[in-house]
Design a protein around this ligand. Structure first.
Ligand SMILES: *[C@@H]1O[C@H](CO)[C@@H](O)[C@H](O)[C@H]1NC(C)=O
Ligand SMILES: *[C@@H]1O[C@H](CO)[C@@H](O)[C@H](O)[C@H]1NC(C)=O
Ligand SMILES: *[C@@H]1O[C@H](CO)[C@@H](O)[C@H](O)[C@H]1NC(C)=O
Ligand SMILES: *[C@@H]1O[C@H](CO)[C@@H](O)[C@H](O)[C@H]1NC(C)=O
Ligand SMILES: *[C@@H]1O[C@H](CO)[C@@H](O)[C@H](O)[C@H]1NC(C)=O
Ligand SMILES: *[C@@H]1O[C@H](CO)[C@@H](O)[C@H](O)[C@H]1NC(C)=O
Ligand SMILES: *[C@@H]1O[C@H](CO)[C@@H](O)[C@H](O)[C@H]1NC(C)=O
Length: 774
C-alpha cells in the first residue's frame, strides 16, 4: 500500500516536472513585431516569433537573448518581409495565423487536427498540441537550412542554404537525404545525379529510409530504417552542459556542425565542416566565372575576355566584354586568340571531343571551329565547349588546361597579358578587324541566359566526377588466348551470360584495372580479316554512353572481346528491383544518355552501327550510375548483311521491332523501336512483358497506349511529384518510337530533341494503326 502511494506520489512529481519544462502558449495569444514579439522556451535558449528581415519582419525560431539573430527555422522564407503592422495570432479556434493591418490572413501551420495549445520547446522545436496534448504540427518537420539536436532529416527531405547570413530566403545550395541512403550536396536546380554532387556521405545503397540525426553531444550520423548506425559524420562526445549543437548548410554551400556556448553569449564555433575547400560548392561563382582560393578564402574571378555582370554579387556571373561574330554571318571582322587558363575545371558540357597530342593542337582546333568558345585539355583529350561555362574553379591538383576564345583587335595583340603562365603561340592568329557593339553585348547576355536555361538539363558530368577515364590507351590491343586465360584466372569468375556469350571478370596491368572478358559463342565462321575490320569499327567508337572495347582475341577458334568493367551491373539489375528506387529525374537522365549513345552509333561514328539488341540487360551502369550501351557492333559479326532481309530473329523478345518478324529490311528504326520499349520501362519501372499483372496490363506497350488514350497516365507511374506535362511529353516520345511502321518512328536525333523538350510532339497514333495514318 505504501509503495503504491509512493508510486502515485512519484508519478505526480514527474508529471508536474514535465509540465514545468515547457512554456505553454494558450489560445487567444498574439505577437506583434514591435511590442511582445516572441514566445521563449522554458530555458530561454530559443524563441518563436518575429525577427527583423531586410526592412520588414519575418516569423521563425531563433536563439533568444543574443544580439545578432541566429535563425534556425523560418516560415515562408521566400515571401517578402512583413510590415511592422502585422500581428501573429493563435486564435481562439486554434489557428496559427499572421494577420495584416488590412485583415488579410496567412496560415503558419495547417495541422490535420484542431490545435488547443502551442509550445516553444527547449529543443528548438515549435509545436502545436491537440486537446489531448498530442503533437499535431511541429516546426521540426519543415526544416529550412538547419537541423537542431534531436531533429532528423528523413528520407527524401532536403535542406536549402540561405541567400546570405542576413537573408534567410532560399540560396543556391542544397543537402539531400536521398532515398538511396546517400546524403548528398548539390547546387539548386540540378538533377540528383552524381555529376552535380560536390559532397556525399558515401552511404549509397546502405539501406532505404536512412535519416540524418544529431544527438545532444554533437554526434552527427546516419541511421537506417532498422535503427543501425551506418555512418558517423562526427564522433560526438562533446560537452553537453551549457552548450547546444546544430548543423546548417551555410550560404557558402558548406555543411557545418556548430556549437553554441550558452555561457559566453553569442559564441559559435565550427566543429566539423563537410569540406575544407571553400571552392568545392559548385556554382559559387556564377556563369563564366571561376573560384580561386586565396589563403583558404574563396574568391571569384571572370574568365579572360569576360567582365562581372554585377561586381560584388558573385552568383550573377560574367559576360563577354566583346561581341562574338555569329557562325552563320560569315563576318570575319573579329579575330580571336586562345587564352590559356591552367589548372581550371568546370562542368563537362562539351559538344565534341578530340584526341590530340598537345595542348597547342587543342587550342588550334578550338580556334578553327567557329562553334567552339572554350577548350579543355587533359592528357590526350581535348573537349570543345560552348558558353556558358558553369561551376568553374581552379584546382591546382588538376592537370587540366583550359583555353578561352578571346577577341582582340590588331592594335592590342601585344598588350594583352594572358592570365596563365603560358601564352598561346600567335602563328595561328588571323589578322582581322574588330567590332564591338552595345547591342551585340546585350544580345550575347540574353542568349547566354537562354542557352543556359535550355541546357541545364542537358549538361553532362563534371570533371571531378571522373567519368572520363583519361588514362586509357586509345589504341585497341590484340590479346592471345593464354593472355586472357591468365587475366581471368582461367575464366574463373563469371559475371553473366548475354546473347552473344559468357562474360568473365579479369584484370589488366598487374591487377590494377578490372576488365570484362566476353567469350563469343555463336560467331558465324568468318575470316580473320572481317573480324579485325569489325573490331576496328567498334574500337574507334568513343562516346561516354558506350562501353569501351579495350582489346580482342582472335586465336584459332576463339573469339573474345575485352571491355572496360562496369561496377554497377546493368540497367535491368537496377530498374526491375523494387528495393532499388531510381527517382524520376534520374530515370529521365538515364533515358537521355541511352538516346545519346544510340544517336552516336546511328549518326556520329565513322560507319553506322545498328545495335539490333537494345534492352536494359545490354545497358550497363558505371560507378556513377551513368548508362553505357554494350554489345554494339556484334550483330554484324554473327550475320553479315544485317540491313537486308533476315530470317532468324536477332533481338530479344519484347524489344524486337515488328519488321524483324515481317522479314522487312531492318534499319536504324529497329533500334528506335527497342529504345521506345526501354523508355516505357524506365517511365513505369517495370518489364515490358510481365504476366504477374492482370491480363490487360501484362503487355506494357498495349497497356501504356490504353492509359494514354484514356488520359490516365498516373496509373502507370508510382512516383509522386512528377510534372504532369513532362510525364506526358516523355510518354508521347515512347509511343512514337514504338509505332509499327518504321518510317513513322522518329530518328534518334529527333527523339533526343523531343526528350529535351526543344520541339513540340504531336499526339502519337495508335501503335498498330499505321495504315490509316500514313
Ligand atoms: C489578432 O490579435 C489582435 C490583437 O490581439 C486582435 O486585434 C485581432 O482581432 C486578432 N485577430 C483574430 C483573427 O483573432
Ligand atoms: C541497416 O544496416 C544494417 C547494417 O549495415 C543491415 O544489416 C540492415 O539490413 C540495414 N537495414 C535495412 C533496412 O537496410
Ligand atoms: C522510416 O523510418 C521512420 C523512423 O526511422 C519511420 O517512422 C517510418 O515509418 C519509416 N518509413 C518507411 C517507409 O519505412
Ligand atoms: C559510430 O560511432 C559509434 C560510437 O559513437 C559506434 O558505436 C558505431 O559503431 C560507429 N558506427 C560506424 C558505422 O562506424
Ligand atoms: C568560443 O568558445 C571556444 C570554445 O568553445 C573558445 O575556444 C573560443 O575562444 C571562444 N571564442 C570567443 C570569442 O569567446
Ligand atoms: C575586355 O577585357 C580584357 C581583360 O580581360 C581587356 O584587356 C580588354 O581591353 C577588354 N575589352 C573591351 C572592349 O573592353
Ligand atoms: C545576385 O545575382 C543573382 C543572379 O543574377 C540574383 O538572383 C541575386 O538576387 C543577386 N543577389 C543580390 C544580393 O543582389
Amino acid at each position: 500500500m505504501a509503495s503504491l502511494l509512493f508510486i502515485i506520489f512519484l508519478s505526480a512529481i514527474i508529471t508536474t516536472e514535465a509540465q514545468q519544462g515547457e512554456s505553454i502558449v494558450n489560445l487567444g495569444s498574439s505577437l506583434t513585431p514591435t511590442s511582445k514579439s516572441s514566445w521563449q522556451s522554458q530555458s530561454g535558449v530559443y524563441a518563436f516569433g518575429f525577427y527583423q528581415q531586410g526592412n520588414g519582419y519575418a516569423v521563425g525560431v531563433f536563439f533568444a537573448g543574443i544580439p545578432e539573430k541566429t535563425v534556425v527555422w523560418t516560415f515562408n522564407r521566400d515571401e517578402p518581409p512583413a510590415l511592422a503592422s502585422v500581428t501573429l495570432n493563435f486564435t481562439s479556434d486554434g489557428r496559427l495565423i499572421m494577420q495584416s493591418a488590412q485583415g488579410e490572413e496567412t496560415a503558419i501551420a495547417n495541422p490535420p487536427e484542431r490545435a488547443a495549445s502551442a509550445s516553444m520547446l527547449d529543443s528548438g522545436n515549435f509545436v502545436l498540441y491537440n486537446s489531448d496534448k498530442k503533437t499535431v504540427w511541429q516546426s521540426f518537420d519543415y526544416p529550412t537550412n538547419t537541423l537542431l539536436q534531436g531533429q532528423r532529416l528523413t528520407d527524401g527531405k532536403e535542406l536549402f542554404s540561405s541567400a546570405s547570413e542576413s537573408d534567410q530566403s532560399t540560396g543556391i545550395f542544397r543537402l539531400k537525404m536521398q532515398t538511396d541512403g546517400n546524403l548528398v550536396q548539390y547546387p539548386v536546380q540540378t538533377t540528383d545525379t552524381s555529376q552535380y554532387a560536390y559532397w556525399a556521405s558515401g552511404t549509397y545503397g546502405k539501406g532505404s529510409n536512412v535519416s540524418l540525426c544529431l544527438d545532444d553531444d554533437g554526434h552527427l550520423y546516419l541511421l537506417n530504417s532498422t535503427g543501425t548506425n551506418i555512418k558517423n559524420l562526427t564522433k560526438g562526445g562533446y560537452p553537453t552542459k551549457d552548450v547546444v549543437y546544430f548543423v546548417r548548410i551555410d550560404a557558402d554551400g558548406i555543411f557545418r556542425l556548430f556549437s553554441h556556448n550558452l555561457d559566453k553569449k553569442g559564441n559559435f564555433s565550427v566543429l566539423w565542416p563537410s569540406s575544407y575547400n571553400k571552392c568545392a560548392p559548385m556554382g559559387l561563382c556564377g556563369l563564366n566565372g571561376f573560384c580561386t582560393l586565396n589563403d583558404q578564402v574563396a574568391n571569384c574571378l571572370c574568365l579572360p575576355g569576360f567582365v562581372s555582370v554585377n561586381p560584388g554579387n558573385w552568383s550573377s556571373g560574367c559576360v563577354r566584354n566583346f561581341t562574338a561574330a555569329s557562325c552563320k554571318s560569315k563576318d570575319e571582322s573579329t579575330k580571336y586568340i586562345m587564352q590559356p587558363v591552367p589548372n581550371t575545371v568546370w562542368e563537362y558540357s562539351y559538344y565534341s571531343y578530340l584526341i590530340l597530342l598537345t595542348k597547342d593542337d587543342c587550342a588550334a582546333a578550338c580556334l578553327k571551329d567557329c562553334n567552339c568558345e572554350a577548350a579543355s585539355f587533359r592528357d590526350k583529350y581535348c573537349y570543345k565547349q560552348r558558353l556558358p561555362l558553369r561551376f568553374g574553379r581552379r584546382d591546382l591538383n588538376d592537370a587540366n588546361i583550359a583555353f578561352i576564345k578571346v577577341a582582340i583587335s590588331t592594335s592590342t595583340i601585344n598588350k594583352i597579358e594572358p592570365l596563365g603562365r603560358e601564352r598561346y603561340s600567335q602563328k595561328d592568329i588571323m589578322i582581322l578587324g574588330i567590332s564591338f557593339g552595345a547591342f551585340g553585348l546585350i544580345m550575347s547576355v540574353i542568349s547566354a541566359i537562354a542557352v543556359y536555361k535550355n541546357r541545364v538539363q542537358a549538361y553532362r558530368r563534371l570533371s571531378n566526377g571522373g567519368s572520363v577515364d583519361l588514362s586509357m590507351d586509345v589504341s585497341l590491343r590484340s590479346f592471345t588466348y593464354s593472355d586472357l586465360e591468365k587475366m581471368t584466372n582461367g575464366f574463373k569468375e563469371e559475371l553473366g551470360r548475354g546473347s552473344f556469350g559468357t562474360v568473365y571478370k579479369g584484370t589488366m596491368w598487374n591487377g590494377q584495372k578490372i576488365v570484362a572478358v566476353k567469350r563469343l559463342e555463336k560467331v558465324l565462321t568468318e575470316g580473320e580479316k572481317e573480324f579485325q575490320t569489325e573490331m576496328k569499327v567498334i574500337g574507334r567508337t568513343h562516346h561516354k554512353n558506350l562501353v569501351r572495347l579495350l582489346g580482342y582475341c582472335h586465336d584459332g577458334e576463339n573469339r573474345l572481346l575485352v571491355y572496360e568493367y562496369m561496377s554497377n551491373g546493368s540497367l535491368a539489375d537496377i530498374l526491375f528491383k523494387p528495393e532499388e528506387k531510381l527517382c524520376w529525374d534520374e530515370r529521365i537522365e538515364i533515358a537521355r544518355n541511352i538516346a545519346k549513345g544510340i544517336l552516336y552509333l546511328h549518326e556520329e561514328c565513322e560507319s553506322q552501327i545498328i545495335h539490333c539488341d537494345i534492352k536494359p540487360q545490354n545497358i550497363l551502369m558505371d560507378e556513377y550510375r551513368c548508362p553505357k550501351i554494350s554489345d554494339f557492333g556484334l550483330a554484324k559479326l554473327l550475320k553479315p548483311d544485317q540491313t537486308n532481309t533476315f530470317t532468324g530473329i536477332r533481338g530479344t523478345k519484347g524489344y524486337v521491332a515488328p519488321e524483324w518478324h515481317r522479314k522487312q529490311p531492318v534499319t536504324v528504326k529497329a533500334d528506335v523501336y527497342s529504345f521506345g520499349i526501354v523508355l516505357l520501362e524506365l517511365i513505369c519501372c517495370r518489364k515490358s512483358v510481365d504476366w504477374s499483372y492482370p491480363e490487360e496490363e501484362a503487355i506494357l506497350e498495349e497497356w501504356a497506349y490504353s492509359c494514354f488514350e484514356a488520359r490516365e497516365l498516373d496509373k502507370l507511374v508510382s512516383d509522386k511529384d512528377v510534372d504532369k506535362k513532362q510525364l506526358e511529353r516523355i510518354f508521347k516520345v515512347g509511343l512514337w518510337c514504338i509505332l509499327d511502321e518504321p518510317s513513322l518512328r522518329p530518328s534518334m536525333k529527333k527523339v533526343l530533341l523531343m526528350l529535351e523538350g526543344t520541339v513540340d510532339i504531336p499526339i502519337p497514333p495508335s501503335p498498330t494503326s499505321f495504315l490509316s495514318t500514313i
